[in-house]
Every structure is written in structure tokens, then in C-alpha cells.
Design a protein. Structure first.
Length: 100
């Protein structure tokens, strides 16, 4: 029996659900006088398939839907957004104090 890949394990848990995928990159950085702020790049869609190291998401737009194929090796985090918590909410500034 072969072991499941990361992508296949994620699909087992989140297959068919709306997910947010963070690949560890930032798309926009705003520079201010005393600090900079980076926005995380997030792919949002329905997780429709996984095979080996490949995750497949269906992403909807104003003109219809397309499939996005993601190399699971580049996934830093993936989650099902619920209770008004998005994947960008789980990352906090390293300088912020942890809430108790």
C-alpha cells in the first residue's frame, strides 16, 4: 500500500469544499515612512481534485469558472474559511503580542 501525498490527504479532508490556498508569496507591498505592509497572495476556489502532488481548484469569475492546478510542494497553508476567519487572518505580525 502506497502512502498518500500531501495533496491527497488534504483532498480527503477538504474535497468539495471552498478553500483558500496560500503559497507563501505576497502580491502588494505598501511602503510608508516607518514601516511596510505586504498583502498575501491567496487563491480561493472549490477543491475539486487531487492526485500525487497536484491540487485542482475550480475558481469562479464574472464570466464563468476555470480550473487552477497548484503544485502542492508550493502550498504553505490551506484552509476552509468559516466563522468569518480567512487564511490571511491566521498570519499575524511577528511584533504583535499574542492574545491570551
Amino acid at each position: 500500500m502506497s502512502e498518500k501525498s500531501f495533496a491527497e490527504s488534504i483532498f480527503e479532508r477538504l474535497g468539495g469544499k471552498r478553500v483558500e490556498v496560500f503559497t507563501g508569496t505576497s502580491s502588494k507591498t505598501r511602503e510608508y515612512v516607518d514601516f511596510s505592509y505586504s498583502t498575501k497572495e491567496v487563491i480561493r476556489g472549490n477543491l475539486v481534485d487531487a492526485e500525487g502532488d497536484l491540487l485542482t481548484l475550480e475558481v469562479s469569475g464574472p464570466e464563468g469558472a476555470n480550473l487552477v492546478y497548484i503544485n502542492a510542494w508550493f502550498v504553505t497553508a490551506i484552509m476552509e474559511p468559516k466563522n468569518k476567519v480567512s487564511i490571511v487572518d491566521v498570519y499575524c505580525d511577528e511584533y504583535d503580542k499574542q492574545s491570551k
